[in-house]
Structures are given as structure tokens and as C-alpha cells.
Design a protein around this ligand. Structure first.
Ligand SMILES: Nc1nc2c(c(=O)[nH]1)N[C@H]1C(S)=C(S)[C@@H](COP(=O)(O)OP(=O)(O)OC[C@H]3O[C@@H](n4cnc5c(=O)[nH]c(N)nc54)[C@H](O)[C@@H]3O)O[C@H]1N2
Ligand SMILES: Nc1nc2c(c(=O)[nH]1)N[C@H]1C(S)=C(S)[C@@H](COP(=O)(O)OP(=O)(O)OC[C@H]3O[C@@H](n4cnc5c(=O)[nH]c(N)nc54)[C@H](O)[C@@H]3O)O[C@H]1N2
Ligand code: SF4
Ligand SMILES: [Mo]
Length: 760
């Protein structure tokens, strides 16, 4: 690659977009000065076959934006006051490492936590590798609120997972999209969905809203938020009652069926309708479509994992049982079980090196949430590693998800020092105040005097960065060499060439961990000099280096799917079978049967009388990624203000008009968004935009770029005990009330570009 393609001497660089987790292939035309001037989709990359979405087309705007952070900053005033001193990377790394060393000596490595977010390649795996090296189990990253409980349910039940798999045009005959909306969240998978439908596949969508995906469905089940576990039990009930489950598979390959049958017995379609609001007839039709049309895929979706204690457990167990008893596991066109990386492709886990964390000589404690969510712990990790070893000798690639700590428990460990103190937090690639739920608890933690160090590495002066002691400028995806393996769980890897010189002192996220690691590690070879050196280690089994892949004809590799693998190897569970009632749950004292405990509520929430509605914030919109991209003028034109969907009758009841500001309230506080009337929405449900802040509103305390104005995660409930069995937070379905009004406001920002210019 990197050939001279143009007569003016410019080159083409080939990489992939990381503005959302799809990682579509992208090409940049780079001029003689090393500056990218134009871009296009990479038609040779099979993820999106050359297509880019509207977000991807902002790449150069983002790269050149005036608001970007370009130099390391050290706080000189009070936290959140906005007084900074520009310092060198060397000084920042020396001072931060010295503080972390002191904390590790005095309070143990567990007193340091990392908070990361959505998949930003080097930032995620490098922070896990660093945590393992430093000795702290308190690390959080992408996936914490997307899929941990789903992963754990699937791995416990099958010893394998289907999370990152897909449906196949021509082969898949029935697709169930449940708590997910690929029309907005994944252009490549929506395209595939359309291809499947064009070749005859039927579509069932389970969503309280009639989304763009639901609009294409043959059957839409508008479920009451948080009642997915009941719906799954209703579907299981019909499949057993009508004898349309795969009896042979259940007999030969499953344990626990009798217990499931007993639990499902009470979930007649009528009772299921009472709890979920889905008409009984539709439940029967859906069960028959799913069980009898042919190979079926019930896809991963974030909602099931975001329902909080009880509700998420029954939802993820119920969905996993459906995949198994329908006979779809590892069936072509059904539910492919992820293939482990083979010896010729990629080495993931050994390079993350969780083993070092397990045996770390300085680590004496489990994560701050392990006593409440014992599966997500180092003991949980060991149990999963042991169970899955026969399929995954290096460990199941999803095991990072078993280890992630839970954010509210980290916040509590800071403010209440319970179960032990956390005194330093390193934030990178994530925005805890906006995106991780329990925003108020995060704020209390970050402004607490008990927190001795808060570091943020980001591209922008985010609200969390504004409160930090050190702010470090991150490179964008054009400014770094890259490699994606979809967290080690896809059947795929792709490498990317660097296509721009970093502006100012922006650096690759890897460098933060490598620089700190070199100062703190007991192993001088642990951190290669550059990220490329680390990529070489990942890619060693492929027989080619990063450079060879990046500059070669083809920059990616798929692992060819193999089906019915279990017939040879059995399932990677303790019993070798699909455990419909997983023994790994029982071992950790977690209810292993799909017992439904969603609404009417089993967990403390706002009182129903005062807060009669349920809110489901954070549903994806095509033109934004979580709290990212709010700086783009192009995207501001498409989505300038936060929007909350409300049913017209509900709006009338509360005196709210279309297009006017409305207030959404919970005991944690109130936010405002613009009402948009949606007659297809359930009457009891409102759908506020998530992750909302405004970089054009006043920075620093008390406004923090409007973080309290419209940010739904400022009012999502935060106590650790409300998290699911896996530590996932109750981000969807919390009770709320609404009214007309527009109180919370923040003044506009004075445009002083502190620390962001390229000049001294
Ligand atoms: N209510 C509600 N809350 C949710 C969800 C929901 O559905 N509803 N979904 C949850 C899910 S699934 C997820 S994954 C999270 C998303 O949560 P996060 O990933 O925390 O969300 P973002 O807001 O995308 O934060 C990313 C931050 O990283 C910065 N950034 C972007 N690229 C880079 C980079 O290359 N390097 C560095 N250092 N920084 C970068 C951005 O500027 C931004 O500040 O939100 C969760 N929160
Ligand atoms: N444009 C864009 N694309 C993205 C992202 C982004 O921020 N923007 N984020 C990326 C990330 S990190 C992730 S994890 C994926 C997530 O991708 P998806 O899984 O598609 O996530 P959402 O679009 O949030 O879809 C969740 C759906 O669940 C519905 N829902 C809410 N509550 C409930 C409930 O109680 N039960 C049921 N059954 N449904 C419910 C919502 O109405 C919504 O339609 O998207 C990725 N792609
Ligand atoms: S879907 Fe859009 S934002 Fe996401 S990787 Fe592809 S081009 Fe980038
Ligand atoms: Mo996510």
C-alpha cells in the first residue's frame, strides 16, 4: 500500500474508522507534507465494502478542529476552576507515575482505578494490560455497559459465545433483533439484515419503540421496558407447550431442561401479556416463527444488559436458553459459536496478560464490586478460564468482560472508602459523567478530597477532563498506527496505517500506558517502545509483522467459520453440555434459573405513584456516537438539540407540546430535552437522547459544558446494589416523571482555547 497514486506526489494510506465500533475500512489521500486531504471508504475492506456513514465523513473536521487538545495540562487552580499550566509529557508521566507508585506502596495497587469507554483500539487493551502489570483489578472499559451480563450468561451456559456473530443472507430464515436497533447503531449489520430479508428471512423486533429496524419487521413486540425476562419465559413456555423446541438437541446436549420447564410453566401467553404488555397472540406467533422457520439468529442487543438487578439476569438467561432449545447453536445461518483464534492468526489474551493480575505479588484484594457481584471477579475469571480451557486453551477471549469492575462501586470506593479506598482514577477513551451512568455519583467521586489523582486523556476538554488534575491530548485514529480485533471476540482482525502527523503533542493512547508502565513495571520488556512493537506481538502467529500487514496487499484476515464444533469437542462448560441452568452461576451464589424479577419492581427505584413513566435513555442515533462528535458543525446541523420521544397522549396528559422543551425528572435530578411526539411509542415510556453535553456552553464549574442540563445519565440511578449480577448498570427502564418546562440551563461558553492551540 502507501504507493504514489497521484501525479502531485500524494499517497494513499489505508486504515479503518474508529468513530464508532464498526471499524469500517477507510482510505486517506495524504499530501507531500503528510497531511490528509481527502478520504474515501475502502472497497477492499469487507466490513462495509467501501461505505462510510455520516459520522465517518467528519474525520477531517475532527482532526483539524480548533477545540482539540494539543498539549498536556496540569491543574494549578482548584479542581474544575479551569486554571492550567502547560507541561511536557515527560513531566506529566514522571509526576503521575510517582504518585501511583506512592499509592501502590501505601494503599496497595487496588487503590488505583482506570475508566475507559467504547472501543478506541489501543486505549482498551493497553489499559487492561497496564492494570495487570500494575496489579489493580479495578479497571473498566468498553463493554462494561454493553454486554458483560450477556457474555457471562452465554459463556456459563454454552462455554462459548455468539455475541459478535451475525446473520447470513440466504441461510438465516428468522432474525430476532431484541433491544437493539442496527438501523442507527450499525450500518454494516443493517445492510446485512436487508440482504437477509431480500432473500426471504423473517424479522421479529423486540423493542418498546417502533424503531427504523422495527419498521421493517414482520412482527414487532413493543415490550414494556425491563420485562424482557418475562417475555423470554413466555416464548419458552409456548415452545415447550406446543412441542416446537429441538427435542433431540435438548436430550443429547442440554442439562437443566426440567428446571427451565418448571419455571416457564407459569408464563402462559396471557400472564406474559399482563407483565410485558405484548399481546398474547403475538407471543404465540413469535415463538412459532422463531422455532419453525429454519435457522434463526437472536442477536445481541445492549438493552437486555442494561435493565438492572433481576431484570437483566432473567433477560440474558432467557435469551440464551431460547438460542439453545431452538437448536440453533452453531448451526449454519443460526447462532455461530465464536471460533478461537487459531495458531496461524492472532494471539490476544497472552498479550493482555490477565495471568499477571491473577498472580500479582502486590495484589491482595479482589475488585471493589466482587463481594456484591462475585462472578465478575478474579475468582470468576479463574472459574471461566478453567471451564473454557478445552475450547480456548489461551482462555476465552471474552474474559476481560468477567474481570471488569463496576463503575458505581468505584465511585463508592472513592467517596466512602468502602470496601477499601480508591484514591486515583485514570480516564481514557470514556466520559464517565456522560456515558457511564450514575453521573452524579461520578461527579461526587471526582470532586471528593479523598480522590488524590484524576487523570484524563481525551481529544477534547470534556466535562470529566475539566475536573481533572492532569489532562493529556489524545491522537485521533488518523494520527496513529492501528489494529482492531474487535476486543478479541470477532472472527476478524484489521490493521491500519497512520495517515496524519499528530498535531501538537497529541499521542497514541498506547503511549500513556507504556510510559507509565516503563516507570512502574518490574519487567523491562513488558512495554515495547512503540505500539507497532506491541502489534507485532499480537500478530506473531500470523507469520507477518504489523508493517507487513499494514503495507501488504491485504490488511485484514477473517477466520473461516466452522459449524457444529461441539459435536467433536462438546461444550466448554463444566459438564461439557449446554447448561440451561448454569453451574457457574450456582457456584457463585447467583440465581441460575431464569426466574423473572423485573417490574413490578424488586429493586428499590423511585416510587411508582410519583414517577409513573419509564425512561429508556441512550438509544443510538445514526449521526452521533455516545457523547462524541458534539463538536462537529456538520453533525450539529443534523442534531442540534437533545430530543425526547413521547407518545402524543402522554404529552397531552402532562401539558407538553411537540418541539417544546420538557423536563424529565427522577430523585437524582431534572434535565430538559425537546419533546418529539411519537405515536408508535408505548404510553408509559419516554425515550430521551443520551450522553448529551454541549461544548459551546460554559466550561468548568458549575456548568461543566452543560453536563447537568440535558444529560440523561446524570439522573440514572447509581447505587452499586442496583447493578445486575454482573455489575452492569440500570441504564434503561428507570422510573421518571415529565412536565413542560425548561429550567436547567447553562450560559454559552467564552471561547478561550486554553491549552488547545498549537502555539506556546
Ligand atoms: N443511558 C445509557 N447509557 C449508556 C448506554 C445506553 O445505552 N444508555 N450505553 C452504554 C454503552 S453500551 C457504552 S459503550 C457507553 C459509551 O460510553 P463511552 O465510551 O464512555 O462514551 P463516549 O461518550 O463515547 O466517551 C468516549 C470519550 O472518549 C473520547 N475519545 C474518542 N476517541 C478517543 C481516542 O481515540 N482516544 C482517547 N483517549 N479518547 C477518545 C471522546 O472524546 C469521549 O470523551 O455508554 C454506556 N452508557
Ligand atoms: N450511531 C451510533 N452507533 C453506535 C453507537 C453510538 O453511540 N452511535 N454505539 C455503539 C455501541 S458502544 C454499542 S454497545 C452499540 C449498541 O447498539 P444497539 O444494541 O443497537 O443499541 P441501541 O441503539 O441503544 O438500541 C437499544 C434498543 O433497545 C431499546 N430498549 C430500551 N429499553 C428496552 C427494554 O427494556 N427492552 C427492550 N427489549 N428494548 C429496550 C431501545 O428503544 C433501543 O432501540 O451501538 C454501537 N454503534
Ligand atoms: S459506521 Fe460510520 S462511524 Fe462507524 S466505523 Fe463505519 S464509518 Fe465510522
Ligand atoms: Mo457499547
Amino acid at each position: 500500500m502507501a504507493k504514489l497514486n497521484y501525479t502531485d506526489g500524494s499517497e494513499v494510506r489505508r486504515t479503518f474508522c474508529t468513530l464508532c465500533p464498526q471499524h469500517c475500512g477507510m482510505l486517506f489521500r495524504v499530501d507531500g507534507e503528510g497531511e490528509p486531504q481527502a478520504f474515501d471508504g475502502d472497497r477492499n475492506n469487507p466490513v462495509a465494502n467501501g461505505k462510510l456513514c455520516i459520522k465517518g465523513t467528519t474525520a477531517l473536521e475532527i482532526h483539524r478542529h480548533d477545540d482539540r487538545l494539543n498539549f498536556p495540562l496540569k491543574r494549578v487552580g482548584k479542581r474544575g476552576e479551569g486554571k492550567w499550566e502547560r507541561i511536557s509529557w515527560q513531566q506529566a508521566m514522571d509526576e503521575i507515575a510517582a504518585k501511583l507508585r506512592d499509592l501502590r506502596e501505601q494503599d496497595g495497587p487496588e487503590s488505583v482505578a482506570t475508566l475507559g469507554g467504547t472501543h478506541k483500539t489501543p486505549g482498551d487493551w493497553a489499559s487492561w494490560r497496564w492494570a495487570a502489570d500494575f496489579g489493580t483489578p479495578n479497571f473498566v472499559s468498553q463493554g462494561r455497559n454493553c454486554g458483560v451480563s450477556e457474555y457471562i450468561a452465554e459463556i456459563s451456559m454454552y462455554g462459548w459465545d455468539t455475541v459478535y456473530q451475525s446473520f447470513y443472507p440466504g441461510k438465516t430464515k428468522c432474525i430476532v433483533i431484541w433491544g437493539s436497533n442496527p438501523a442507527e447503531s450499525s450500518p454494516p449489520s443493517f445492510e446485512r439484515l436487508r440482504q437477509c430479508q431480500a432473500q426471504g428471512a423473517k424479522l421479529i423486533v423486540v423493542d418498546p419503540r417502533r424503531t427504523k429496524t422495527a419498521a421493517r419487521a414482520d412482527l414487532h413486540l413493543p415490550v414494556r421496558p425491563r420485562t424482557d425476562g418475562a417475555l423470554a419465559l413466555g416464548l419458552i413456555h409456548v415452545m415447550i407447550r406446543d412441542g416446537i423446541y429441538d427435542k433431540e438437541f435438548v436430550e443429547n446436549w442440554c442439562t437443566g431442561f426440567d428446571e427451565v420447564e418448571k419455571e416457564a410453566a407459569q408464563w402462559t401467553p396471557e400472564r406474559t401479556e399482563e407483565i410485558t404488555g405484548v399481546p398474547a397472540d403475538d407471543i404465540v406467533t413469535a415463538a412459532h416463527m422463531y422455532a419453525t422457520l429454519g435457522p434463526a439468529r437472536l442477536s445481541f442487543g445492549v438493552a437486555a444488559t442494561q435493565l438492572g438487578e433481576g431484570a437483566s439476569r432473567s433477560a440474558v438467561l432467557g435469551r440464551s436458553i431460547l438460542r439453545a432449545i431452538s437448536g440453533n447453536l452453531d448451526r449454519p445461518g443460526g447462532e455461530p459459536l465464536g471460533n478461537p483464534y487459531d495458531e496461524n492468526t492472532f494471539s490476544w489474551l497472552p498479550n493482555i496478560n490477565f495471568e499477571k493480575l491473577v498472580d500479582h505479588p502486590l495484589r491482595t484484594r479482589e475488585s471493589v464490586n466482587a463481594h456484591e457481584t462475585p462472578i465478575t471477579s478474579i475468582s470468576g475469571y479463574k472459574a471461566f478460564r478453567e471451564a473454557t480451557a478445552k475450547i480456548y486453551p489461551e482462555g476465552h477471549t471474552g474474559t476481560a468482560y468477567v474481570l471488569f469492575a463496576s463503575q458505581p462501586a468505584i465511585y463508592r470506593a472513592i467517596t466512602e472508602q468502602d470496601p477499601y479506598p480508591v484514591k486515583a482514577v485514570l480516564v481514557q477513551c470514556g466520559e464517565p459523567l456522560l456515558s457511564m451512568g450514575a453521573g452524579k455519583a461520578a461527579y461526587d467521586a471526582f470532586t471528593s478530597e479523598k480522590l488524590e489523582l484524576l487523570v484524563t486523556m481525551d481529544m477534547w476538554m470534556t466535562p470529566t477532563a475539566q475536573l481533572s488534575d492532569y489532562v493529556l491530548p489524545a491522537a485521533d485514529f488518523m494520527e496513529r498506527a492501528d489494529l482492531s480485533a474487535h476486543w478479541g471476540i470477532g472472527n476478524f482482525f484489521v490493521v491500519g496505517q497512520q495517515s496524519a502527523e499528530p498535531v501538537g503533542e497529541r499521542r497514541n493512547d498506547y503511549d500513556l500506558w507504556a510510559e507509565l508502565g516503563r516507570r512502574l513495571s518490574d519487567d523491562p520488556d513488558y512495554w515495547p517502545e512503540t505500539v507497532e512493537g506491541m502489534f507485532d506481538r499480537f500478530l506473531a502467529p500470523s507469520g507477518k509483522s504489523y508493517r507487513e500487514w499494514a503495507d501488504g496487499e491485504v490488511n485484514h484476515r477473517f477466520i473461516k467459520p466452522v459449524f457444529y464444533k461441539y459435536k467433536e469437542r462438546g461444550f466448554a462448560t463444566p459438564s461439557g453440555k449446554v447448561e440451561l441452568v448454569p453451574s457457574l452461576f450456582e457456584r457463585f451464589g447467583v440465581e441460575a434459573r431464569p426466574v423473572y424479577t423485573g417490574p413490578p419492581y424488586s429493586v428499590p427505584d423511585a416510587p411508582e405513584g410519583e414517577y409513573p413513566l419509564q425512561m429508556i435513555p441512550g438509544s443510538r442515533v445514526r449521526e452521533l456516537t455516545a457523547s462524541n462528535l458534539r463538536q462537529s458543525e456538520r453533525l450539529k446541523r443534523i442534531h442540534p438539540e437533545p430530543i425526547c420521544d413521547v407518545h402524543p397522549d402522554t404529552a397531552t396528559q402532562y401539558g407538553i407540546s411537540d418541539g417544546e422543551w420538557m423536563i424529565i425528572e427522577r430523585p437524582e435530578g431534572a434535565i430538559r430535552q425537546r419533546a418529539r411526539l411519537d405515536p408508535s411509542l408505548r404510553l408509559d415510556t419516554v425515550n430521551p437522547d443520551g450522553y448529551w453535553w454541549n461544548p459551546d456552553e460554559a466550561q468548568y464549574e458549575p456548568h461543566l459544558s452543560g453536563v447537568w442540563v440535558s444529560n440523561a445519565n446524570a439522573i440514572t440511578p447509581g447505587a452499586p446494589e442496583l447493578s445486575s449480577f454482573a455489575g452492569d448498570q440500570p441504564l434503561r427502564g428507570a422510573r421518571c416523571r415529565i412536565r413542560a418546562g425548561e429550567e436547567p440551563v447553562a450560559p454559552p461558553r467564552e471561547r478561550v482555547l486554553t491549552g488547545t492551540t498549537t502555539e506556546d
